[in-house]
Write a protein that binds this ligand. Structure first.
Ligand code: FAD
Length: 426
């Protein structure tokens, strides 16, 4: 059986590793000259910056991605160092920014800034929502009804801004609760040694050692169809036949490849649903410093910043991600859809945040990257993912347009790939 994978992002590589291990003949076509999509490194002045991700695996060595990597035999060391997450709050309760000083509290102590009554309510909801998880509203709406306090919205926007590049108002409450459950179950983030490329290179090794082939600079421009089956993909005008096709380019682009010629059942609804997906957008600011700016290998959540949601300093875990004696710090901020036309202003506000957060410390801005549309943070906002199937019986979609429930970023991709493979490999 021959499987063709469209796109060499993490979802494509994980699928290729699984299928090649199961005995499929695998070919990957990637339109770019590099492999890894938004999950590989960009070497820059001796730093290992990235095409997308912040060199972090949301549930570290215990999560779904780590499990899947082990399953296919990919050798990746993912280190989770304590503290895994810290929250920066102003020094006094009356302040609403970091200008007059701050203190850092452990993520486990996020309840401390709540009023006594809200702390008690929280305990009640932690127990009661397990049996009856809330549905049909946004996480923020649920919070406004149940735990209304400035801190609730700040910490949820900071956490979901960092983890999903969404505001609490844009996360369905079902997905938010599934994510929180997974956080307790699998634990917090870790850093893969070698950064994102440490993961994607290990998968490439597995795929090639299983006999798979990866073609770069090879864009798939069309599909050959026969009733409800894809029989070949078209690259540079040439047909490559396949029994199975896995697309790692998201549902809307996959729907475009299928085209409008087919009258296969469910196609209109598929196109309609795909078009409705709004990719989540964000800005990443990479900093260099001689001395550590954070001083630990976890996430620093910044709920009192104007735009920045969180920051990490991966060189506290893997010093090889920067030149000797230097640190690499990366800040992430969610960009709301309404602000997509004002990216310069959003970047300005992010930079202002960083000068408040690291006031008195010396650093240099290495690179500022914005992510939206065809190169977003997530192709589908978490909680709105369409599943892996398409109207074509042998064409599936993986990647961050088809994440599994409750899966943050690449953990969601791993869950989605697992679900997809469940349909294919007995
Ligand atoms: P992609 O990486 O987009 O791969 C798809 C590939 O398909 C691309 O290489 C593309 O060139 C190729 N392609 C497209 N069209 C075609 C075609 N027609 N023919 C052939 N090839 C094609 N996740 C985390 O877990 N941790 C993080 O710290 C983290 N931080 C992030 C920070 C930022 C700023 C961003 C942008 C993302 C972050 N993410 C993070 C999310 C994570 O990077 C992505 O979810 C993941 O890399 C997406 O993988 P994918 O397989 O879905 O798709």
């Amino acid at each position: 059986m021959k499987a063709i994978i469209i796109g060499s992002g993490l979802g494509g590589l994980l699928s290729a590793a699984k299928l090649s291990k199961a005995g499929y003949e695998v070919e990957i076509f990637e339109r770019l000259p590099i492999i890894g999509g938004r999950f590989t490194n960009i070497p820059y002045q001796g730093f290992q910056l990235s095409t997308g991700a912040l060199h972090m695996i949301p549930h570290g060595p215990a999560g779904p991605l780590s499990q899947l990597l082990r399953e296919v035999g990919a050798n990746v060391e993912i280190i989770r160092k304590k503290p895994v997450s810290v929250i920066r709050v102003p020094r006094t309760r009356k302040d609403t920014d970091y200008k007059f000083g701050y203190k850092d509290i452990l993520f486990e102590d996020f309840k401390a800034p709540f009023s006594l009554i809200n702390r008690l309510k929280l305990i009640y909801y932690v127990i009661s929502t397990r049996k009856n998880p809330p549905t049909g509203q946004s996480f923020e709406d649920w919070c406004r009804k149940h735990i209304p306090q400035d801190w609730t919205y700040r910490i949820s926007d900071s956490f979901f801004g960092w983890a999903l590049s969404l505001k609490g108002a844009d996360v369905p409450v079902e997905e938010a609760f599934a994510i929180i459950e997974n956080l307790y179950h699998f634990g917090g983030p870790g850093v893969p040694m070698g950064g994102c490329k440490g993961v994607t290179d290990a998968l490439v090794d597995i795929i090639t050692s299983n006999g798979g082939t990866i073609y770069t600079s090879s864009e798939v421009t069309g599909l050959k169809l026969d009733n409800d089956k894809v029989t070949a993909v078209i690259v540079d005008g040439k047909e490559h036949t396949a029994d199975l096709v896995i697309s790692d380019i998201g549902h809307p682009a996959t729907a475009n490849l299928i085209g409008t010629e087919t009258n296969v059942s469910g196609m209109d609804e598929y196109v309609h649903k795909s078009k409705d997906l709004k990719p989540s957008a964000g800005i990443k600011i990479c900093l260099s410093s001689d001395k550590p700016l954070i001083g630990h290998g976890g996430v620093l959540l910044t709920p009192y910043a104007k735009r920045v949601n969180g920051i990490n300093e991966v060189t506290n875990v893997d010093p090889s991600l920067a030149p000797a004696g230097k640190h690499l710090t990366m800040a992430h901020q969610c960009v709301q859809w309404k602000d997509l036309d004002n990216l310069d202003r959003e970047i300005e506000l992010g930079l202002e945040d960083l000068s408040d957060i690291f006031s008195g410390k010396e650093y240099e801005v290495l690179l500022i990257q914005s992510y939206s549309n065809d190169w977003p943070v997530n192709r589908s906002p978490s909680g709105a993912d369409l599943k892996n199937k398409t109207p074509m019986s042998n064409l599936y979609v993986v990647g961050d347009g088809a994440k599994g429930k409750g899966g943050i970023e690449v953990e969601g991709i791993a869950l989605g790939v697992k679900n997809c493979m469940h349909n294919i490999i007995a």
